[in-house]
Design a protein around this ligand. Structure first.
Ligand SMILES: Cc1cc2nc3c(=O)[nH]c(=O)nc-3n(C[C@H](O)[C@H](O)[C@H](O)COP(=O)(O)O)c2cc1C
Length: 379
């Protein structure tokens, strides 16, 4: 198997087969299937919402590469007159800087520095991207999911139901067939905002937002809540997870916020915190991991703490010299490294877990989804 893996790693540097999960199953007897918002996907690796899911060309490349799913950039909810209570999140900013960020302990990881926030074009433009995503989803080429930032009131205020209703109804209309899958983004810039100074206020949002979205949707909807890293301690991260019981899935956790520089950041500080909090969470909602995922081994760290899929952003933005593949789009090169790297890839990592007795074959196969289900076993 190690020799076969070395061979595959080498030959796929030029071109990754589109249906690599079938190859992995045939060759290694490994079932990579993952799950996102209750949909079974051929493997666990998807693209997180952001600057890499802004247009049809990016989605086409993701489908061609064989990503399992892609979450569209977060759009800011609006009512029928176009009014947006969260308009401060719809600012225009294009410049991104991919750079290295050291932790206090001196470990250096990649981060993307960017001052922007949500979708900055019209809602009509967004709906046209949603329709492109719908067609890719229907064709079985790529599961595409829109992301929204809805109104978040102060404690004494009501939710602006008309923004929920108008935005969700138009998304449902563009999507057409039930269920509508949606992500609700609680972003790092929100975590850094005065709105998020009050813990009780945040917990109320998490308890009530999924129901507000459901009530607003003309068709059945599944809601993933992408939790922020609030500026409080780990215990509060857990409280946020517990408060989100109405969500169909949780995305854990969006980037950290550097208050001094006024920017969100990732790297090792992010994965250290996310994994530490997930480690202690003992319930079993559906969880998708996000944060500093740059190897199959890191995917397995998230999976062993309950994540059934993962969402990446930064790893799709690295300088080309950082990927071992010599040809292909960034999503292809990323998948090649994440799955086939002979030491740090998913296959190598799963075979190692098997040899350590931490993952067993079921009917001859190692299954990725057995890892998150083991995480929630209480025995
Ligand atoms: C430039 C940039 C823009 C992002 N925009 C959004 C966004 O609009 N909505 C959202 O939910 N997450 C957004 N994210 C967060 C990513 O989807 C992802 O969860 C996060 O960056 C952690 O993954 P990573 O370490 O692989 O980058 C953004 C991330 C980056 C780097």
């Amino acid at each position: 198997m190690p020799a076969q893996l070395e061979r595959d790693f080498d030959r796929f540097k030029r071109e990754l087969p589109r249906d690599f999960p079938a190859h992995v199953r045939d060759t290694y007897r490994i079932d990579l299937a993952g799950r996102y918002l209750s949909e079974l996907v051929p493997h666990p690796i998807g693209k997180g919402s952001g600057q890499l899911s802004l247009n049809a060309g990016q989605l086409e490349d993701d489908a061609a590469a064989g990503l399992a799913f892609a979450v569209l950039k977060t759009v800011i909810a609006e009512d029928q007159t176009g009014a947006r209570t969260m308009a401060a999140w719809a600012i225009h900013e294009t410049k991104m800087k991919v750079e290295q960020r050291p932790t206090d302990a001196g470990r250096t990881g990649w981060t993307v520095t960017w001052k922007g926030r949500g979708w900055d074009r019209t809602f009509t433009d967004y709906l046209s991207l949603v329709r492109t995503g719908r067609d890719l989803t229907r064709a079985g080429r790529l599961l595409v999911v829109p992301s929204v930032k809805y109104h978040l009131p102060r404690l004494a205020e009501p939710f602006r139901e008309n923004e929920y209703r108008h935005t969700t109804a138009r998304l449902a209309d563009a999507w057409r067939e039930a269920p509508l899958l949606l992500e609700m983004d609680f972003s790092p810039t929100l975590a850094g905002d005065a709105l998020a100074d009050d813990r009780a206020q945040i917990l109320r949002w998490l308890r009530e937002v999924p129901a507000c979205i459901r009530a607003a949707s003309p068709i059945p909807v599944r809601v993933a809540v992408k939790l922020m890293n609030a500026r409080f301690d780990d215990a509060f991260q857990m409280e946020m997870m517990h408060a989100s019981v109405e969500a169909d899935a949780l995305v854990c956790f969006n980037r950290l916020f550097d208050a001094a520089r006024g920017v969100a950041y990732g790297g090792w500080d992010l994965s250290d915190r996310n994994l530490r909090v997930l480690e202690t969470f003992r319930q079993s909602p559906e969880i998708t991991g996000t944060g500093n995922i740059g190897s199959g081994r890191m995917i397995l760290e998230y999976a062993r703490r309950g994540c059934e899929s993962v969402q990446l952003h930064t790893f799709f933005q690295l300088p080309l010299s950082e990927y071992p593949a010599t040809h292909g789009s960034r999503p292809q090169r990323a998948l090649h490294a994440l799955v086939f790297h002979p030491r740090d890839g998913l296959i190598a990592g799963m075979l190692e877990l098997e040899s350590r007795g931490q993952l067993e074959r079921q009917r001859g196969e190692l299954r990725f989804l057995d890892l998150p289900s083991h995480a929630h076993r209480t025995d």
